[in-house]
Ligand binder design. Structure first.
Ligand SMILES: Nc1ncnc2c1ncn2[C@@H]1O[C@H](COP(=O)(O)OP(=O)(O)OP(=O)(O)O)[C@@H](O)[C@H]1O
Ligand SMILES: [Mg+2]
Length: 356
């Protein structure tokens, strides 16, 4: 008799990653790992996913800390480095990552393996905690790992190899990120009985690194059968490019030399304020004013951005007043990759499909 199955879903994201699992028997309820270690330092309000961060101490090839707890100046955004040509080698963080790899004598694939190994082991401990130590003798494991829809075969292959090196099973399957999102939302709708054969859905998965669009037509209901009805489109224009743009803007503002001299902890704190407060509270009102604080600037710092005078000093703290209309929108969006070209290409294809 075949063993019951545990399906494990790993969402390896550019900025956040998660681990979930479900049993093929009983309630089949999806269990989400929420025991990711955190520090008070981060503004995160959820433990559903952990940071895709990993740190190595100088001269040590073994990772020293992971996720929210990653120390110092951690490796970030390494997932997007898997597909060459999707990023420009002159982007500062790519240069930074390459310099770190050289120091460590590692490849980006090794770093991804180190990170996935931690995710895998944390997730497996969670299953063990719930089901007991011998769960592997009772259940077969089936593992599914997400990849961006835009990943070319060689990037998918590299992801798989990195996962195997991390100890994930050989029967590992890859699923495209918007497909996983579509299946989740469609199954929910099917339960609500609002789904009809012939319905067409466009799923937009706007992540940290990539934004993917994919379209499905419902072919049959029970069991749910879908077919992709216009070729999916995606690009590297996720939310992290706003974070990078914001940091560059601050660096220009206070001067690169001064910025480099600040403590990593203080810079990390300021970027977290941007990520969790400024960016997420944006509601379309471009006249709104927000501020972030940056410690360690001292009172002697000059605003090197000639048109601006929005550094406010107060008892050793510096507040940067940011108005969406005057500061954030023009400076961040002008230079960043935008979703518009993808939407244009996609709507052309979709229109052709609908008339053809
Ligand atoms: N309300 C919000 N407004 C704007 N940005 C947000 C909001 N909530 C989350 N984000 C941003 O979305 C990103 C996280 O999204 P998600 O977890 O889907 O990405 P990811 O899985 O890490 O990346 P990818 O799927 O592209 O590899 C972060 O950059 C975060 O700052
Ligand atoms: Mg994602």
């Amino acid at each position: 008799m075949s063993k019951p199955v545990i399906v494990v879903g790993i969402d390896f994201g550019t900025t956040y990653s998660g681990f979930s699992w479900a049993r093929s028997t009983g309630t089949k309820e999806i269990q989400l790992v929420t025991t990711w270690p955190t520090t008070d330092f981060d503004y995160s309000s959820t433990h559903d996913k952990t940071r895709t961060w990993i740190s190595y101490d100088k001269g040590n090839r073994e990772p020293s800390s992971y996720g929210y707890e990653a120390r110092g100046n951690p490796f970030k955004w390494f997932k997007v480095l898997l597909q060459h040509g999707h990023y420009s080698a002159d982007i500062e963080y790519v240069q930074d990552a390459n310099a770190k790899l050289k120091d460590l004598n590692k490849t980006i694939d090794n770093v991804i393996s180190d990170y996935l190994k931690w995710i895998w082991q944390t997730g497996i401990s969670d299953i063990r905690r719930v089901l007991g130590k011998s769960f592997e003798s009772i259940y077969d494991l089936k593992v599914v790992l997400t990849v961006p829809a835009a990943w070319e075969p060689f990037a998918r292959d590299r992801t798989k190899r990195a996962a195997w090196a991390a100890g994930l099973p050989k029967n590992l399957k890859l699923v495209s990120e918007p497909e996983a999102g579509a299946l989740y939302s469609l199954l929910h709708r099917e339960r609500e009985k609002s789904l009809k054969v012939g319905d067409i859905f466009v799923v937009c998965d706007a992540g940290g690194g990539t934004v993917d669009l994919i379209t499905y037509e419902v072919e049959a209901l029970r069991p749910l059968k879908l077919k992709e009805c216009a070729v999916g489109k995606g690009d590297l224009c996720g939310s992290l490019f706003l974070d990078i743009g914001f940091e560059q803007m601050i660096k220009r503002k206070i001067g690169a030399e001064k910025y480099v001299s600040l403590r990593e902890r203080d810079k990390k704190d300021m970027i977290s304020q941007f990520e969790y407060r400024v960016k997420r509270q944006f509601d379309g009102n471009i006249n709104k004013k927000m501020s972030v604080t940056l410690r360690g600037l001292g009172s002697d710092v000059e605003d090197s951005d000639e048109d601006d005078d929005d550094l406010v000093h107060f008892r050793g703290w510096v507040f940067l007043d940011l108005c969406f209309r005057e500061k954030l929108s023009p400076k961040l969006f002008k230079t960043q990759r935008s979703l518009d070209p993808i939407l244009k290409r996609f709507s052309k294809k979709f229109a052709r499909k609908q008339t053809g």
